[in-house]
Write a protein that binds this ligand. Sequence first.
Ligand SMILES: [Zn+2]
Length: 311
Amino acid sequence: MNKTIKNLFSFPYNSNLIFQFTEKFLNKTSGGYILSFHEVSPEIFESHVKSLAPSKPIPLEEMTQRYRLGKSIKDCFAITFDDGVRNTVLRNWEVCQKNNWPVTFYLPTNYINGDNLPYQKIQLIEKMLNNKFYTLPQIDNKNSNKISKKKLIGELYKMIYVSNKSKVNLYLNHFIKEIVDYEKVKKNMPEAISWNEIREVSKNQLSSFQSHSASHTAVSALSEEEIKNEMVESKDAIEECTGKKVSSFCYPYGAAKSINRLSIELASKYFDSATTLIRGRLKKSDLYYLPRIDFYEENKTSLVRLKVALS
Ligand SMILES: [Zn+2]
């Protein structure tokens, strides 16, 4: 469904009564839920969260704790932000402080250390690469045909959801090398929040910084040793910076194909919970395969409510 149709379809959810009635009617309110935001402006973020009243935000740790103990999470939700983009974190953190909303920021630590995220590199390639035909690097002897730039970008996005670090780096670096002004445009890639800023924000009890791996690679493509390193390295770095326990892991990309049984087992060894991007509420969910409800900049508040009502 395209955006306009989705937004139109959700029009009745502008009404508080219809929203609350549908939630009750579908017997959904007993299952709390976790919101997932990426890059979103503070105005939109604030309107999305406020549209969910009378449900209110509680800390993610409290949500998972109550869920684990079988206590009620009725009319509660937790707010999470993925990826640690500086502007997104700092500007939305102001909104959370103003409203007294607890919030969790999931950080991929290599990005904080200066290496941009794979999808940010694809965005750069999309922006800067000439509009020609290209061949994918030949590592698995597949598809040696020349493809259009548009098709190439689609292939790169598909690839990062399921591929290991060496393949992701090989493919992305191959095309980044084609961009002559790379160093100049690198400055245009979204900047990560710094360790100093994380330390400052973390002093406030409303905030929480948790692990989103080190390199933001799909864990389903990694070996046991590599997954373990991704988890432990990022957990240790964040704990060292904030002086607080890191107890939750967020699977990079969060799709079913990006997560496997082994990564779920390992997450249960190092964390108290782990979250995906598979939509749903906390009802009969595995603590290490928790669903979330994702909201985006272009979603009207009526669509936000529709997603929640149907999840
Ligand atoms: Zn992410």
